[in-house]
Design a protein around this ligand. Structure first.
Ligand code: DAH
Length: 355
């Protein structure tokens, strides 16, 4: 038998077996690689006597084509096999019942922070943030509340070290200091966030939320403060008229200082804001004390302004008829499902939080 025939039979035999892609590549390189059997046979052409050369070359070409075709068929078969196993394994069982979509809810406090931020942004306030772990200086001293000031005791502070230098901020007012230290006036900011005091009953939780406001510019007066708060309360509670009163008060960081009450009445056991003869306290405010401005290197003869601090949880309770503050922080799914807000794009098969 000629060499060509031998090679052909040997490889046709190999190619008829059960092969994987590695085996096929191996065969390809044995035949057609640089030193492959077919490549080497072609190299011998010149040494073959000329009368036999033509036949040899034609036999060689035929064998090459035949083996190449056999290899192609094998590869094609393997591809089909692979697709079929994939199809089999990835088959979807359309008889399975659909899964419930569990849709989260937006917590009333988050919702109200968004609403507050959006009302204030309409009148030019931007939003600032500060850390929950604050130092004593920003929380008290820079806000004109020195070491022995009685207001410190009223804050029921959670201190984090024995030296009483680090604490959980008792109000959002330190964000005023941080904002004024890092920029130059004018300032027009609000700062919503968590605050902490050692206090717990139906209307007080050890963690609660405030939003601080600060507006510093040339020639800002108490009229601006009143206008701003009046606008805010009307927009927030979505009412045209609001009864509002400023009661003289005292905060170390403002002079003069006031607390603001809004009028309400009870209709069928529900609070209606803006009417009636009852009063509810919702915030503290005042004109920023000159000492506070001096503490952040602002000349109080050039710049003045107002500040306010609003209890967010109280606003959320009033607006959405929630009567126990502690429920806000108990992470009870049923409560959240009832009082929470739907995010946008609620899917049509939404069935709430219960399975
Ligand atoms: N920080 C005060 C508190 O927690 C609230 C407050 C009152 C903030 C008056 C102010 C302000 O900015 O001007 O009770």
């Amino acid at each position: 038998m000629s060499d060509i025939k031998k090679i052909k039979n040997e490889y046709l035999d190999k190619l008829s077996g059960d092969l994987n892609i590695e085996n096929i590549n191996q065969i390809k390189s044995e035949l057609f690689g640089k030193n492959g059997k077919i490549s080497n046979s072609f190299k011998t052409l010149s040494s073959i006597p000329s009368e036999e050369r033509k036949k040899f070359a034609s036999d060689l070409n035929l064998m090459k084509d035949e083996l190449q075709e056999k290899i192609n068929i094998k590869i094609h078969e393997l591809e089909i096999k692979e697709i079929n196993t994939k199809l089999k394994n990835e088959k979807i069982d359309i008889t399975l019942p659909e899964r419930d979509i569990i849709q989260g809810k937006i917590h009333p406090v988050s919702q109200v922070i968004d609403e507050i931020s959006s009302v204030f942004s309409e009148i030019g306030f931007s939003v600032e943030e500060g850390p929950d772990v604050e130092n004593e200086h920003y929380n008290f001293t820079a806000l004109n509340t020195p070491d022995n000031h009685p207001a410190r005791d009223m804050h029921d502070t959670f201190y984090l070290d024995n030296k009483k230098e680090l604490l959980l901020r008792t109000h959002t007012s330190p964000v005023q200091i941080r904002t004024m230290l890092k920029g130059k006036p004018p300032f027009k900011i609000i700062a919503p966030g968590r605050t902490y005091r050692s206090d717990s009953d139906q209307t007080h939780a050890p963690m609660f939320h405030q939003v601080e406001g600060l507006h510093i510019d040339k020639n800002i007066n108490m009229g601006h403060l009143k206008g701003c708060l009046n606008y805010f309360i009307k927009s927030f509670f979505e009412v045209d008229k609001i009864k509002m009163r400023f009661r003289p008060s005292h905060f170390p960081f403002t002079e003069p200082s006031a607390e603001v009450d809004i009028g309400y009445e009870l209709k069928d056991g529900k609070i209606v804001i803006g009417e009636g003869d009852k009063w509810l306290e919702i915030l503290g405010c005042g004109m920023v004390h000159p000492n506070v401005l001096r503490n952040v290197q602002i000349n109080p003869d050039k710049y003045q302004g107002y500040a306010f601090g609003i209890g967010i949880d109280r606003l959320a309770m009033l607006k959405y008829g929630i009567n126990d503050l502690r429920a806000f922080f108990e992470t009870d799914y049923r409560w959240l499902n009832h009082f929470g807000f739907d995010p946008l794009d609620v899917p049509s098969n939404y069935r709430g939080l219960s399975r």
